[in-house]
Design a protein around this ligand. Structure first.
Ligand code: GYE
Length: 308
């Protein structure tokens, strides 16, 4: 429990669960939605005090934030890790201070699994597999298909696993080939830039683009249009996340497949924090329900109810 909090809305600050959240940054619409969900859920609930830190895509900033949370003796640390590796030292410090760490939305790679309590997020390998399966369904098993891939941030679990899952399915069909694969950093600007380079070298040979997130897909759509081809027709577009803008693109026929990944993790984080504080065991992997949307009609009918 915390002491000396300045915010006091009726409940004594001592009783609040203090959660320090180290966020990656604001590279995508997905991440902005996640930040809002957490601020809304924990920020509007008098049982919590939220300390929010934005790392601007840098792991070193996240490590600093974690050390500051430890020094402030927060009750729980929530970490959205930008990359998978390099967390042992700081997580050991949190463990020594007896502060549980909940990983949010991306995973990490550590030998000692006791360095974190739980992971709240999606199965990225499954997302990659689903993206490939739906693309093959859409274009047909017997068609020759050249794919270019826009990867997320280098070293991020969401990028590594979406790449792995997709490749697993694609390599089973000799008609399907990934001819280029490069990071577009999960951003629209970089996605566009990398797609422009792909088009310049392979132009008319590209049949489909697989983007690890919507922002890069939206950038790629722009690049395809500026190149003079029709996105969604000449080049099929497959993307992961499910922000409103990609639903609009699919509804307009400019993209084809959306593999949903839910960013609204605030409620799960709040529940996990309450359970931990009450001394309950929490699940090692807390997953959310997610689905796949293919084609205009599916996008159109889903659009009105999309929350992010
Ligand atoms: O898909 C992407 C974001 O870690 C699951 O990060 C998250 C990914 C998400 O920037 O848009």
């Amino acid at each position: 429990t915390s002491t000396g909090s300045s915010k006091d809305d009726g409940k004594k600050s001592e009783e609040k669960i203090v959660v320090g959240f180290s966020q990656i940054g604001a590279e995508s619409g997905w991440r902005t939605a996640e930040t809002e969900s957490i601020k809304e859920t924990l920020g509007n609930d008098s049982r919590f005090e939220l300390k929010f830190s934005d790392a601007q895509q840098k792991q070193e900033n996240q490590i600093k934030a974690l050390r500051s949370f430890i020094a402030q003796k927060v009750d729980i640390i929530a970490l959205a890790p930008v990359v998978e590796s390099g967390w042992e030292t700081v997580l050991q410090e949190a463990k020594d201070a007896k502060i549980p760490v909940i990983l949010l939305d991306r995973g990490i790679d550590v030998k000692d699994e006791s360095l974190y309590t739980s992971f709240i997020g999606s199965d990225f390998i499954l997302e990659g597999e689903n993206a490939a399966k739906e693309l093959i369904k859409l274009m047909g098993e017997d068609t020759k298909v050249n794919i270019v891939e826009l990867q997320g941030t280098v070293g991020a679990s969401a990028a590594n696993d979406r790449m792995e899952g997709f490749a697993n399915v694609i390599k089973e069909n000799s008609n399907y080939n990934i001819i280029k694969s490069q990071s577009g950093d999960f951003t629209r600007a970089k996605g566009k830039e990398v797609m422009e380079a792909f088009l310049k070298s392979d132009g008319e040979n590209i049949d489909a683009v697989y983007a690890h997130n919507d922002d890069m897909a939206l950038g790629a759509i722009q690049a395809i249009e500026e190149y003079g081809l029709k996105a969604g027709e000449d080049i099929k577009v497959v993307s992961v996340d499910g922000i409103k803008a990609i639903f609009e693109a699919v509804a307009a026929g400019k993209a084809n497949i959306i593999v949903e990944c839910n960013p609204l993790l605030g409620p799960q984080l709040a529940q996990a924090a309450l359970d931990l504080q009450a001394g309950k065991e929490i699940e090692r992997w807390i997953k959310t329900e997610e689905t796949v949307f293919v084609g205009k009609e599916a996008a159109e009918s889903a659009l009105p109810s999309r929350k992010y």
